[in-house]
Design a protein around this ligand. Structure first.
Ligand code: AMO
Length: 435
């Protein structure tokens, strides 16, 4: 008999099927055993008499009859909670050792280090799987949103010769006899690609040598990057970012409804138009609301990001807010200074639920200005030669943005720690095992 996926049993009531999967929970009632069987597609309760003893996570193959459950035994929490399988035969394919924790609990309730120490197992819990499913949907829908706007995906390199974003947060790579870096952003490459396809995006790993352990920083991040030409203003870039994040929310709502429900999450509230404030305006608002005076700081502190989101929700009905116009000197060399106030630039962040989800902005497209900026920012122009070529030989006014996929997932679900938003988080203290 051919294997049936659990999700496909509903039309087979009254028929015999062969199912394979993992035992999730076992309940022994003397002669009768109840077990929940899980495969890649779903979960179903199975019942058998005088079965061989099985432990949670043991991989089995069964044959049995698909039956409707009696009305009062229907489990409304399960997608297939109105069905059960009456087991006629059971074969063990791979026996599982005794689990180090009870995986059958509604909530795992493990401390984060334990959750990660047993990552191969904890990810099998329905709520952990739900997080990873949402993360996948975030990435898929980012792609879909941009393809619908004629963006072309490209593959950015991971080994780069120069640091585009500035700062010391890079991993050096000994590359034969040369010094190179793990890419902290595909920034320069996506800009080059605007000269090729006009509208491009990439889904890449980026690497940040974050020297601190926080609830929102990883050292390896899935970066969702976009870049496009022929813009009239930086606001066109913010608009595209807004369209993209709203598309992602709609897709998660539509395609991960079960997961959202299981996690008790609710999608962020966004207004028709996400509010936009300049950094200095945001700092003024924060000062007025809290008395905290950060009005001369060059960026928002974490508590400022939380406060400006509170303001956006209370005053504008949006859990997301754009903050623009950071001091030109505090942002990377390629960011476009505002002609009306050149000490501030046309770069912006999108803050969601109190955390930065995205950075973007208009870029300098004029070759001479770009070279002058690179020098002023102490970027070695010889090492970014192919980048500069793209600008010397015709580049339209352009801009772009990058979301951190884990930050979006963390925000949508309301996870306390970003490490839960990804399968194999890397940080200063962990590369799979604790360092
Ligand atoms: P930035 O450095 O702000 O911008 O990164 C873009 C987005 O990536 C995510 N992110 C991180 N997430 C988790 N852990 C980290 N250590 C981490 N670092 C970054 C954040 C952040 O908003 N080149 C620009 C983008 C652009 O202008 O297009 C850049 O790299 O969500």
């Amino acid at each position: 008999m051919e294997r049936t996926f659990i999700k496909d049993i509903a039309p087979k009531v009254g028929e015999k099927v062969r199912l394979s999967g993992w035992v999730y929970v076992v309940r022994d009632h003397g002669k009768i055993t109840f077990l929940d069987l899980v495969d890649g597609s779903g979960m179903v309760q199975c019942i058998g008499e005088n079965l061989e003893k099985v432990t949670p996570q043991t991989v089995i193959e069964i044959e049995g009859l698909v039956k409707k459950r009696p009305e009062k035994l229907i489990n409304p929490k399960l997608a297939l909670g109105d069905l059960e399988i009456e087991i006629s035969s059971l074969k063990i394919l791979s026996k599982a050792s005794e689990m180090p924790f009870d995986i059958g609990k509604e909530d795992l309730d493990l401390e984060l280090p334990t959750l990660l120490d047993y990552r191969a197992l904890t990810m099998r819990h329905p709520k952990q799987k739900a997080i990873l499913k949402i993360q996948t949907e975030v990435v898929d829908s980012f792609r879909e949103a941009l393809k619908a706007k004629d963006f072309v995906e490209f593959q950015a390199p991971s080994i780069i010769p120069e640091v585009p974003e500035g700062g010391a947060q890079v991993f050096e790579v000994k590359y034969f006899d040369h010094k190179t870096y793990l890419a902290q952003s595909p920034q320069l490459y996506k800009q080059i690609m605007v000269g090729v396809f006009e509208r491009v995006f990439s889904v890449n790993k980026i690497f940040r040598a974050e020297p601190s352990v926080t609830t929102r920083h990883l050292t390896e991040v899935v970066s969702l990057d976009a870049e496009f030409g022929f813009i009239d203003s930086w606001l066109d870039v913010a608009e595209m970012a807004e369209y993209t994040i709203k598309y992602i929310f709609e897709s998660v709502k539509k395609n991960c409804a079960e997961e959202i429900k299981l996690l008790g999450a609710s999608l962020p509230v966004v207004s028709d138009k996400i509010p936009v404030v300049k950094l200095r305006e945001a700092q003024e608002i924060i000062f007025k609301r809290t008395g905290v005076d950060h009005r001369t700081e060059k960026d928002l502190a974490p508590e400022d990001e939380r406060e400006i989101c509170k303001w956006a929700m209370e005053e504008k009905g949006s859990e997301l807010v754009f903050v623009s116009h950071f001091p030109t000197k505090s942002r990377p060399f390629y960011t476009y200074p505002d002609p009306d106030e050149p000490e501030f630039n046309q770069g912006f962040d999108l803050i969601g639920k109190g955390v930065e989800w995205l950075t973007g902005g208009r870029r300098i497209e004029n070759y001479e200005t770009l070279v002058a900026h690179a020098k002023e920012w102490k970027v070695d122009t010889k090492k970014i030669d192919i980048y500069l070529q793209a600008f010397k030989y015709g580049m339209p006014p352009e801009g772009g943005f990058a979301f951190g996929a884990e930050r979006i997932t963390q925000g949508i679900i309301g996870l306390k720690n970003i490490r839960e938003a990804t399968a194999f988080p890397r940080d200063m203290e962990r590369v799979d095992t604790r360092l």
